[in-house]
Design a binder for this molecule. Structure first.
Ligand SMILES: [Zn+2]
Length: 261
């Protein structure tokens, strides 16, 4: 093999490697759908210590149960029966205001209570929709800019949480949490809320698949993860409501579930 042949073979190899690497990058989802919130551990990961910590700091739990009482005035779940099956729908992020408003239309029409975890960067852009949302539904903090908190410094984590929407509930973006981030959230008076059922709406699956993922995994006291700006979610929600109601579920906020336990 001549020297030039050798060099061209080398060039091909290098090119292949570069293409493979850039191919990988190109194949990764765009930033919005990277909003994959994979199921890391069980939901409502917050142990009893979270409540104790919140009580010690004089913040969360009392007002959580107060808001549960207030919210119960709006209708949907008036049953206090211990046998009643309860489920908490939660919606993260924001971004697509038109879809968020469609979702609010559906939930209001159906008298379904739910908990929203919007990012503060979106809230800042659309305060009117956030005002509508927070007037009717429970709100949780989902940071300012949706970073992977476990990769940030203590100070940056604190800034992301403190700059988030005011609440007693906190859900880490991507479900990325460790002992350090959890401790910071708790020190700021938050209860960490994960989920039991991942609808996987963020993967772009069909509305029918979103419905199946939720309904087939439903259980008393479970928390469902969905995203408020996704079109497949909006299309799925009416069916989710109808099918879960047919199975005897009532829709409650995260705080109401916490208040019972
Ligand atoms: Zn998110």
């Amino acid at each position: 093999m001549g020297k030039s042949k050798c060099l061209s073979v080398l060039a091909v190899l290098v090119c292949s490697f570069v293409l493979a690497v850039s191919g990988c990058v190109a194949a990764s989802p765009p930033s919005r759908s990277v909003d994959a919130e994979p199921p890391i551990g069980p939901a409502v990961a917050a142990p009893a210590a979270d409540i104790a910590g919140a009580r010690a700091s004089g913040i969360a739990v009392a007002s959580a149960s107060t808001s549960a009482v207030t919210l119960s005035k709006s209708g949907a779940t008036s049953s206090k029966s211990a046998e009643a099956k309860r489920i908490a729908l939660t919606f993260d992020d924001g971004y697509n205001s038109a879809n968020v408003n469609r979702l609010l239309d559906i939930l209001e029409r159906e008298h379904v209570r739910a908990t929203f975890f919007p990012v503060a960067s979106w809230v800042k852009k659309d305060p009117a929709t956030f005002k509508r949302m927070s007037a009717q539904f429970e709100i949780g903090n989902h940071t300012v800019s949706h970073p992977v908190l476990t990769r940030l410094s203590d100070e940056a984590v604190r800034r992301e949480i403190e700059g988030g929407v005011a609440s007693k509930l906190f859900r880490p973006p991507y479900g990325a949490i460790d002992g350090r981030v959890r401790a910071i959230a708790q020190s700021l008076g938050y209860r960490v809320v994960m989920w039991d059922i991942d609808s996987r709406d963020w993967t772009g699956i069909s509305p029918a698949r979103v419905v199946a993922n939720v309904v087939n995994n439903a259980g008393d006291g479970k928390i469902v993860l969905m995203h408020m700006g996704d079109s497949n979610t909006i299309a799925a929600v009416p069916q989710i409501i109808a099918q879960l109601r047919a199975r005897g579920y009532t829709f409650v906020t995260v705080s109401e579930l916490v208040a019972r336990t």
